[in-house]
Design a protein around this ligand. Structure first.
Ligand SMILES: C[S@@+](CC[C@H](N)C(=O)[O-])C[C@H]1O[C@@H](n2cnc3c(N)ncnc32)[C@H](O)[C@@H]1O
Length: 198
């Protein structure tokens, strides 16, 4: 029997509020009760066995909870997000996971300056999907010596270009792709996550 990640303590975003001054809340997020998504995170656990994790784009913390639930050897998750909403959303997550969780209110392009290297072995990339952000996200993983990255929404042009600009579809990066479907703002969209070994 599959145990779902507990998200009951997370701040609930209001999809209709997307004002940068009070925090953008209209972003999509992983559906923590979707079997396809659970399968992706459990497969990553089998292949990578992540211990020290960086998350680009925490938003409300749903994917953070997935990683705490299914990465059962995880020692630390550092989540970053410049979103004012995420700053508030990080507080109950910190309360629940304590020293295993760190939130940095920054964007990926600044990450190298604010986070010292610490043998990070895995990064989940789910920030801004438009160019040049995905390219910057991947660069931040390389700068910190991260070994594996899981990139959400590689079906979107900006993310695909970011991956191609780092040559990630080259077979040397051992790409693996995972398909899922997600409801957001009344629409059902296809999504693809790509797992790459840097
Ligand atoms: C799709 S949401 C993340 C959803 C979350 N990963 C989940 O599934 O629960 C994207 C988030 O990325 C953040 N973001 C946008 N640009 C970013 C950047 N350059 N670095 C880090 N986070 C960024 C946004 O503020 C937003 O909260």
């Amino acid at each position: 029997m599959i145990e779902l990640a507990d998200t009951s303590f997370l701040l609930v975003p209001n999809q209709n509020v997307h004002n940068p001054d009070i925090g953008r809340q209209g972003w999509g997020h992983v559906n923590t009760s979707d079997l396809e998504i659970i399968q992706i995170f459990t497969t990553v656990q089998e292949i990578v066995n992540p211990k020290k994790v960086i998350e680009i784009g925490m938003f409300a913390g749903h994917s953070t909870c997935m990683m705490f639930q299914y990465f059962y050897n995880v020692e630390k998750i550092v989540s970053i997000d410049p979103n004012l909403f995420s700053k508030r959303a990080s507080l109950p997550i910190k309360e629940k996971f304590g020293s295993k969780f760190q939130f940095l209110p920054t964007r990926s392009a600044n990450l190298k300056k604010v986070l010292p290297p610490d043998n990070y072995d895995f990064m989940f990339i789910d920030g801004n999907h438009n160019e040049p952000r995905p390219k910057e996200d991947i660069q931040s993983a390389k700068d910190l010596g991260v070994k594996w990255i899981l990139v959400d929404n590689v079906e979107l042009p900006g993310v695909r270009h970011g991956c191609l600009s780092h040559d990630l579809y080259n077979i040397d990066y051992q790409p693996k792709f995972f398909f899922y479907q997600n409801y957001h703002r009344g629409r059902l969209s296809p999504g693809i996550m790509g797992l790459f070994k840097l």
